[in-house]
Design a protein. Structure first.
Length: 333
């Protein structure tokens, strides 16, 4: 089972934004007032992870983390309490916290305005969230964010599926002033002050959207927009509408169940007859999962040979592999 097989799209008041792109916070940035009067921002464009104290070191600073099923987790504190385990998700646009964390950290809770927030992970129906929690300080190693409004979401099913506590979800885009480096082979997460570059065995990609790290895949000459999703522990997922016109060596069929925010869903997968190209890198006749969204997903199992560096400030990312091993990527079934 792939318990974190999807990403979160956020809407204001449960009304779709009218765009086909994912992970859009519809309407203006939402600021909420806590009981004590402080303003807390929901959108990571209005809060950010800042180094405390600031450093001029241009090397990679490693942050406390652990990895499960090719999914990265941050070890953090919230208002001085913890440690807590947060999924580091490049496909999420709002911080999520569990009711258990709210109680453990003693956070103030309020009701979201209008009809609340509608969350979807692109697998199941939308889930309506009505409560938010006021996070005074969110700290991850030497980085901290203040004045964060976090949506309160029940993640108990994901916790049971993973077999470990999951206390919340951290939007990776909170790092807008630094590079965020997820090194899948070494299972480390770090930050860097350097300029974004790629090694001899890598490449730099421009985001195709201002809302999320979306890039272009090539499916036998057909371009498809794909989200690079660190919160997804599968390899490649393609829209059902696209797969209808593709040739398969093994036709798509049910291959298990996957867990979404709204419950357990049937999962379908098949082996493509052709290849999938991500810039210079080629996935030959890969097994792909099918989903109802209009975009593709590149998940953790497709990234496990890469050092992935996000530059959310400039809307770019780098994929690096050791030189000399070629551009063909082997996916472990």
């Amino acid at each position: 089972m792939s318990p974190l097989d999807g990403t979160f799209r956020v809407q204001r008041g449960g009304v779709a934004s009218g765009t086909t792109r994912v992970l859009v916070l519809a309407g203006a940035a939402l600021a909420l007032a806590a009981c004590a009067g402080e303003i807390h921002a929901l959108n990571p464009r209005d809060w950010r992870m800042a180094e405390v104290p600031p450093s001029s070191d241009r090397g990679v600073s490693v942050l406390p983390s652990d990895w499960l099923q090719d999914v990265p987790f941050a070890t953090v504190t919230v208002d001085g309490e913890g440690p807590f385990r947060f999924l580091v998700d490049s496909g999420c646009q709002v911080m999520l916290v569990t009711p258990e964390l709210v109680e453990a950290a003693g956070l103030e809770v309020g009701t979201l305005p209008d009809a609340g927030l509608s969350l979807t992970d692109q697998i199941g129906p939308e889930v309506l969230v009505r409560e938010w929690a006021a996070v005074g300080e969110f700290r991850w190693g030497t980085y901290a964010a203040t004045g964060v409004a976090a949506a309160v979401v029940d993640l108990s099913e994901f916790r049971r599926a993973m077999g470990v506590p999951i206390d919340g979800v951290l939007p990776a885009s909170g790092f807008r002033d630094r590079l965020l480096v997820l090194d899948y082979p070494s299972r480390t997460i770090g930050t860097s002050h350097s300029e974004l570059t790629a090694s001899e065995g890598g490449c730099v990609l421009e985001f195709t959207s201002t809302d999320a790290p979306t890039v272009r895949l090539d499916l036998a000459g057909r371009p498809v927009e794909a989200l690079v999703d660190t919160g997804n522990n599968s390899a490649l997922s393609l829209p059902e509408s696209v797969c209808a016109s593709l040739a398969f060596l093994t036709p798509p069929e049910e291959d298990g169940r996957t867990l979404s925010l709204s419950g357990v869903r049937v999962r379908r997968a098949g082996r493509l007859a052709g290849s999938v190209r991500l810039e210079r890198f080629v996935f030959e006749t890969p097994v792909v999962r099918l989903h109802p969204a209009s975009h593709a997903l590149v998940g953790g199992r497709a990234l496990r040979e890469f050092r992935v560096t996000f530059d959310f400030g400039s809307g770019r990312m780098a994929l690096d592999r050791p030189p000399g091993i070629g551009d063909v990527v082997t996916l472990v079934e």
